[in-house]
Design a protein around this ligand. Structure first.
Ligand SMILES: Cc1cc2nc3c(=O)[nH]c(=O)nc-3n(C[C@H](O)[C@H](O)[C@H](O)COP(=O)(O)O)c2cc1C
Ligand code: SF4
Length: 518
């Protein structure tokens, strides 16, 4: 058997040298007159181990990491092609604690298969969900998705089945499936990992959505900062088309469905669904007032399903294994699994797919391993730039939509940014207002003007000017933004600001402010 080497082609792995490692391995093979098949797989998501190189041995895959080009010679000297011992030896990846503790449903193949091999995809259970869907009625498919309890993973947590039902029930000559791959939240990379590491699962999920709702055309709107994902998706769509997974007769059925890949120009607000639709139509990315809902009047005025990458990529396993299998994971109204992304000042940054319900403390301390700096964790921001800052006192909060909402927080796209005790929470509150001011689409006053006034008022607190009066003013302003903004950009910016004030009030006191300024 020709040796097989897996080197992630994921852009996160490339950022820490995977391409250089691949080049060094190819050169070493040449120098030693050896031959091996090199597969550029996706990342398994343990970024603290990337570039993580694996070799296929008679007893399964053996991993090494993090590998540098300068390690290659010694790896070969230590028989790495047959899984030999080395200081970077990690053993079987599935037994490594970071992977062994996960429940991988959506990311089952990510990092394992060759992302652009449809045969490999099928060999690992791919297309079984779509195959089943084309034998069912639209109402049966929608019921299956509804029964699974799947809720939108883009941020709002809206039940996916209900959205699909609205589109299915709205008569129209044309309907669309739009995949939101704008992934603008801080600490998030799950969408990117799927598109680069298992693009066919997204294509399959979108095709199932098309069959269920009567939509024959899909668009994937990808942020411009993801060129690798754009390329992977374009190639995968072409392969799927040639294989009859997409086209006029999806898997030989009477359903037509095709996909186009579109790139955004780079605006956080273009991840907001109505703004995204405007951008897709070639207009400025400004938020539209609702109603009408996109499900009734969306892209080009037609009924449109707009779902996040992870929502759509979770549908194939639901259709393959049944609603109950998916629903059996999770807690309360948060069913199934969620790919938690740990970043910031975390020792073990990466993607961890698990059933809902782990506490925040378990995620940060046990899985994330605390801070990379080794200093105590001061705060974690959950849910991107619009998410609340949680102090250690709230680390018993279970990862669940309702439990987070009850603590004035949100799960969002499940990104967690870790901060150590050197973080200045007044600066973080200012950053939240500044971010909103920069990214505001400008349509409504509380957000457009409020965010700028928010920066100025926090600056006055930092300068020690009437701190109590200005703190009250920020609170008042946050209430106006929360209740008066048209969309969640202005409406949720108060969450990081108010949580910083509430949980880290000492950073806003004149003595702390004077100390930070020194
Ligand atoms: C300012 C703003 C930015 C957003 N960015 C994203 C994004 O990058 N990706 C995403 O899937 N949803 C984003 N959303 C949520 C979308 O508006 C929408 O709820 C989501 O695409 C629906 O898909 P889902 O039901 O599958 O989550 C954003 C919302 C707001 C208000
Ligand atoms: S809240 Fe901000 S981003 Fe949203 S519509 Fe208003 S101005 Fe635009």
């Amino acid at each position: 058997m020709m040796p097989r080497i897996y080197i992630p082609g994921d852009s996160g792995a490339i950022a820490v040298g995977a391409d250089r490692v691949a080049k060094a391995i190819a050169a070493e093979l040449d120098a030693r007159g050896l031959k091996a098949e090199i597969i550029r797989n996706g990342s398994r998501g343990a970024f603290f181990l990337e570039p993580m190189v694996e070799v296929l041995t008679e007893s399964g895959r053996i991993a090494y990491g993090p590998v540098k080009p300068s390690d290659i010679k010694s790896l070969f000297d230590n028989d790495f092609l047959t899984g030999g011992q080395h200081r970077l030896w990690l053993g079987k990846p599935e037994r490594h604690p970071f992977f062994a503790k996960q429940t991988r449903l959506t990311f089952a193949r990510c990092g394992i298969t060759d992302p652009l091999s449809l045969d490999d995809y099928r060999a690992h259970g791919g297309l079984a969900g779509l195959q089943r869907a084309v034998t069912m009625t639209p109402a049966e498919i929608v019921k299956e998705v509804t029964d699974s309890g799947l809720r939108g993973r883009g941020g709002a947590g809206f039940p996916t089945g209900i959205k699909w039902k609205t589109v299915m029930d709205t008569p129209s000559d044309r309907k669309y499936i739009v995949c939101n791959a704008d992934e603008g939240d801080s600490a998030t990379f799950a969408d990117r990992m799927i598109m680069e590491g298992d693009p066919f699962v997204l294509i399959e999920g979108m095709a199932i959505a098309g069959v269920a709702t009567g939509a024959s055309k899909g668009f994937v709107y990808i942020r411009s900062e993801y060129p690798h994902a754009v390329r992977a998706m374009e190639k995968a769509v072409e392969i799927a088309r040639r294989a009859g997974v997409l086209g006029l007769t999806v898997l030989g059925s009477p359903n037509a469905f095709d996909i186009e890949i579109r790139m955004g120009a780079g605006a956080y607000v273009c991840g907001e669904e109505t703004s995204l639709l405007n951008s897709l139509e070639g207009k400025r990315g400004v938020v539209r007032a609702k109603p009408p809902l996109p499900a009734i009047q969306g892209l080009f005025g037609k009924p449109t399903v707009i779902n996040n990458v992870i929502s759509l990529a979770s549908v194939p396993v639901i259709m393959e294994k049944g609603a109950q299998h998916y629903k059996d994971f999770g807690m309360g109204r948060s069913r199934g699994t969620i790919p938690i992304q740990i970043a910031g000042n975390a020792k073990h940054g990466g993607l961890f797919e698990t059933a809902f319900g782990l506490t925040l403390g378990e995620i940060v301390d046990n899985i994330g391993g605390g801070t990379a700096s080794g200093r105590p964790v001061k705060a974690v921001q959950v849910g991107g730039p619009l998410g609340a800052y949680f102090p250690r006192a709230l680390f018993d909060t279970p990862f669940d939509y309702e439990a987070f909402a009850a603590k004035d927080g949100l799960i969002g796209h499940a990104g967690i940014t870790v901060f150590d005790d050197t973080a200045d929470m007044l600066k973080q509150a200012r950053f939240a207002m500044e971010f909103c001011a920069i990214e505001s689409c400008g349509k409504c006053t509380p957000c457009r003007i409020g965010s700028t006034r928010g920066v100025e008022t926090i600056d006055r607190i930092a300068a020690g000017v009437e701190p109590e009066k200005n703190l009250a003013l920020v609170t008042d302003l946050c209430n106006t933004m929360k209740f008066g903004s048209l969309c969640a950009l202005g409406g949720f910016t108060p969450y990081p600001v108010m949580s910083a004030i509430k949980h880290f009030g000492e950073d806003f006191k004149p003595s702390a402010v004077a100390e930070a300024a020194e």
